[in-house]
Design a protein around this ligand. Structure first.
Ligand code: FES
Length: 141
């Protein structure tokens, strides 16, 4: 199917779930308050890629934490395509110097908003089209 509906009710704070959508891994993370704060407190000028890469927003939306997350009131949710933007490996979660993801292939590191911070990857991990259909279910695609 073109879209997939996911029950996220079991994804408690600090937990992640990976589902497949169009053959791609989608990381669904219920971020801790510290993870959200770390991302919010990062200046855009510190980012390698200042664009949100969020399919739900304008193509030039900035890579603020709110525009990377599920938005106001749902900032704890980070839903993104779990594919390194360098050469397509799958990064490891809760890893790397920025507390987000680490790509074991060539060492790219992503922060707690999935934004590229160091290494050869050129872009933030992509945010797929999705919407909350209820407080506990999202529809991807
Ligand atoms: Fe991730 Fe190269 S594929 S750093």
């Amino acid at each position: 199917a073109a879209s997939v509906e996911v029950d996220i009710s079991s994804v408690t704070e600090g937990m992640s779930l990976t589902v497949k959508w169009r053959g791609k891994p989608i990381f669904i993370r219920n971020r801790t308050p510290k993870e959200v704060d770390d991302a919010k407190n990062t200046a855009l000028s510190a980012l390698k890629d200042p664009i949100a890469r969020n399919a739900n927003l304008a193509s030039d939306a900035p890579a603020t934490d709110i525009d990377r997350s599920a938005g106001a009131g749902k900032e704890k949710w980070l839903i993104m395509v779990g594919i390194c933007t360098h050469l397509g490996c799958i990064p490891l979660g809760e890893s790397g110097e920025y507390g987000g993801w680490f790509c074991p292939c060539h060492g790219s590191t992503y922060d707690t908003a999935g934004r590229i911070r160091s290494g050869p990857a050129p872009e933030n991990m992509a945010i797929p089209p999705y919407q909350f259909v209820s407080d506990t279910h999202i529809k991807i695609g």
